[in-house]
Design a protein around this ligand. Structure first.
Ligand SMILES: NC(=O)c1ccc[n+]([C@@H]2O[C@H](COP(=O)([O-])OP(=O)(O)OC[C@H]3O[C@@H](n4cnc5c(N)ncnc54)[C@H](OP(=O)(O)O)[C@@H]3O)[C@@H](O)[C@H]2O)c1
Length: 261
């Protein structure tokens, strides 16, 4: 069967903008893409982390572009600077996220608004920044890192889970909108990966992967032109299956295994 996106045969000459590149999956993915020959613009707030990542890849193909994704004006400023250096952007990878494990009775209005702004609102700002040029060229790629936490409503991911469910929905509609106009759209749904984000979890994470495993799985999926890149399959397929269970059975399972603390 034909893949839903174009295959990527060669990373040389490709220009990616990785938003959320200072740690975890983003940092590992940036390293993997630089290694493969791509030019990669690195964004996040912690500039020193981006600098040292760029310094480890002395190819001259890393562009350090730090900013806070909640600053709407900064999106346009960084984008213009990156385009001045790289010429244009072929692929934007939305990887930044905020996560606080919390049950529903622990939600604060400020905390929820912040997580939604980082995980979801920033993606809209990013899309409004890059899409006009990509649509004018009739080429480019949008990759959104969501999560298996967006497949089903799971306790503890009270704000993070719904933000990721919204990103899954967004990636689906973007594909329908943008693919006929020449753009590729990727939905990336990782299982558990050992990063600063998941270090906050107080439970044993099943099928835990390293950021390097995750980065390699993402690059494989991009190269193959997959729309949904999800991994590790032994875990993600089980969670996908849960979506098909009748609610009565699903809720009974959650209540049994996830007792309120
Ligand atoms: N780890 C997992 O198990 C897992 C599973 C499924 C999906 N994911 C998703 O994978 C992606 C990467 O997560 P990770 O686990 O690698 O987490 P991480 O190590 O905590 O990385 C999060 C990244 O987001 C950036 N970021 C956060 N707030 C920002 C802001 N306001 N402005 C700019 N950058 C900001 C951070 O950079 P600064 O702090 O330097 O700004 C950092 O580079 C996220 O979308 C996450 O939801 C992770």
């Amino acid at each position: 069967m034909q893949p839903l996106n174009r295959r990527i045969d060669d990373w040389h000459g490709r220009r990616a903008w990785l938003v959320g590149a200072s740690s975890g999956i983003g940092a590992a993915l940036a390293a993997e893409l630089l290694q493969a020959g791509a030019t990669v613009a690195l964004s996040a707030r912690r500039a020193e982390r981006l600098q040292s990542l760029a310094a480890r890849h002395a190819s001259g193909r890393a562009i350090v572009a730090p900013f806070d994704i909640l600053d709407r004006d900064a999106w346009g400023e960084r984008y213009r600077e990156i385009c001045t250096q790289a010429g244009a952007i072929d692929l934007v990878i939305f990887c930044a996220a905020d996560y606080h494990p919390e049950r529903s009775w622990e939600i604060s209005a400020e905390g929820a608004a912040h997580t939604l702004a980082v995980n979801l609102g920033s993606v809209y700002t990013g899309l409004a920044t890059v899409l006009p040029d990509m649509l004018a060229r009739g080429s480019g790629g949008i990759a959104i890192i969501a999560s298996v936490a967006g497949y089903v409503g799971l306790p503890n991911a009270s704000v993070y889970g719904p933000s990721k469910a919204a990103l899954i929905n967004l990636a689906e509609l973007l594909y329908t909108d943008l693919h006929p106009r020449g753009l590729d759209v990727y939905l990336i749904n990782p299982g558990f990966v050992q990063t600063e984000l998941t270090a906050k979890n107080a439970f044993t994470m099943p099928a835990l992967q390293t950021p390097q495993d995750a980065a390699r799985a993402i690059v494989r999926g991009l190269v193959a032109g997959q729309f949904e890149i999800h991994f590790p399959k032994r875990f993600t397929l089980l969670v996908k299956l849960m979506r098909w269970l009748p609610y009565r059975l699903r809720f009974a399972l959650f209540t049994h295994f996830l007792k309120p603390t």
